[in-house]
Design a protein around this ligand. Structure first.
Ligand code: UD1
Length: 416
């Protein structure tokens, strides 16, 4: 099993181009099932993207991936049932449900099990799809979906602005009869990117001033060419790594607007930021200040995905920082490993109180999940001595060339 060997203590310096967003690429790949031929640029090379391509092959699409461009063509002859092994290969495979129903009028998928961030239920997805005319039979861990009267538009209000449920409604409703109004929808930049992709392929999706999404069903979607937005989470990870090591970096191919709730926390910690149209420069002090109180929220609030790596910053900052996680139940799983490095962190339910220490010691650690794994790498980059990071397949789900990118910035990290 590959591992990362990380020798801490080198301030990260230099320039890095950030890859396309995983969380935008995955629903767009699902949406490509509804289209003819789609050319998707800036698609990151990740294991989750490979898993999504495998699902597409099964569903009747051919795909190619060359230098950041994935081409998807619906060729037919596929199945409307996604086998359990493919569903399990990617945590967010549930986003294919709306697309499969839109394409085939029916779908059969296994229920996603619990995941590393908590139970991650899909009740909102299912309730919304039922409103669109989907009959769902849940038995034996399998969801069997049919549309006896076809998909039709509906007025739907989500109890919580779930990203995945919003995407599934958009995917199922864009080919439904009539208009759908989705209220309390998620507003993440990845949602807008999915809408941009679908609209370029012929869909009719608009955002109302009250935040709801209006989807007027169309007869068919054609193909289109689309460029995936930059990965705001990868950007915040590299900024955290530079900040915690007292470094100075410039990120290119980023969208600073998408990080508007996250960047002020770097400033609170004493970093100097200079943002251009698609660049972010960060200069860190020798030692970070406390991050204050960080509360995760749906976008445009502070992203839960950025929380993990910034908690590693807090572990070495001067003073006390408090994190309140409002989105996922189990987002502090890496804390046990940080404590083994010498961090002083107390977790009670959704709150983590971090008393910054002046030094962390390198250790042998295991990644617990995608962002938690990146957070351990960030801490190891700043720790004294060498760390060995295991279970790094979690990191490959969401970061392209993680070790090579950090090496570019001068980090001593090798994959062994
Ligand atoms: C997506 C992102 C993930 C991000 C999260 C929140 C992808 C591939 N993943 O995940 O990186 O951290 O948004 O920004 O885009 N919930 C229910 N019932 C449902 C659906 C959700 O209770 O039917 C709960 C979840 O358990 C969670 C919360 O709602 O506690 C938010 O989930 P959601 O916004 O749906 O996140 P994901 O789409 O899974």
């Amino acid at each position: 099993m590959p591992e990362y060997l990380i020798k801490g203590g080198t301030p990260l310096c230099g320039q890095l181009a950030v890859h396309g967003a995983k969380n935008a690429a995955l629903p767009i790949l699902a949406a490509a099932l509804l289209c003819g031929r789609s050319v998707i640029h800036n698609c990151p090379d990740l294991t989750d993207v490979a898993a999504a391509r495998n699902i597409l092959h099964y569903l009747g699409c051919s795909t190619t991936q060359r230098q950041g461009t994935v081409t998807v063509e619906f060729t037919g002859g596929g199945d409307y049932r996604i086998p359990d092994r493919l569903m399990r290969a990617m945590r967010s495979s549930i986003v294919f449900l709306g697309a499969v129903i839109g394409r085939y009028g029916m779908a059969e998928v296994s229920m996603p099990g619990g995941c590393e961030l908590g139970p991650r239920p899909i009740d909102m997805h299912l309730a919304a799809l039922r409103k669109l005319g989907v009959q769902i039979d849940e038995s034996g861990g399998v969801l069997r979906c049919t549309t006896p009267k076809g998909l039709h538009g509906a007025s739907i209000t989500l109890p919580f602005p779930s990203v995945g449920a919003t995407e599934n409604v958009m995917l199922a409703a864009c080919l439904a009869r009539g208009e759908t109004r989705l209220s309390n929808a998620a507003r993440e930049p990845e949602i807008t990117d999915l809408a941009d992709f679908l609209n370029a392929a012929g869909a009719d999706i608009r955002f109302a001033s009250d935040g709801s999404i209006l989807i007027t069903g169309v007869q068919a979607l054609t193909g289109c060419e689309h460029r995936v937005i930059p990965d705001r989470i990868a950007a915040s990870t590299y900024l955290s790594a530079a900040a915690v090591t007292g470094g100075e970096i410039i990120l290119t191919h980023v969208c600073p607007d998408h990080l508007s709730a996250v960047l002020p926390v770097f400033e609170e910690a004493g970093c100097t930021l200079v943002c251009g149209a698609d660049t972010i420069g960060l200069q860190a002090p020798q030692r970070l200040n406390s991050l204050g109180t960080v509360r995760t929220m749906p976008y445009p609030g502070f992203s839960t995905d950025a929380q993990s790596t910034m908690l590693s910053m807090a572990a070495l900052a001067r003073g006390t920082s408090v994190f309140i996680e409002t989105i996922f139940e189990s987002r502090y799983k890496q804390v046990g490993e940080l404590v083994r490095m010498g961090a002083n962190i107390r977790v009670e339910g959704r709150v983590a109180v971090v008393e910054g220490v002046s030094q962390l010691q390198g250790a042998v650690m295991s990644c617990t999940d995608l962002r938690g794994g990146a957070a351990l790498a960030v801490a190891a980059l700043a720790a004294k001595g060498e760390s060995r990071l295991r279970q790094i397949h979690h990191i490959a789900r969401g970061y392209e060339n993680f070790d090579l990118n950090l090496q570019k910035l001068g980090a001593q990290i090798t994959r062994v």
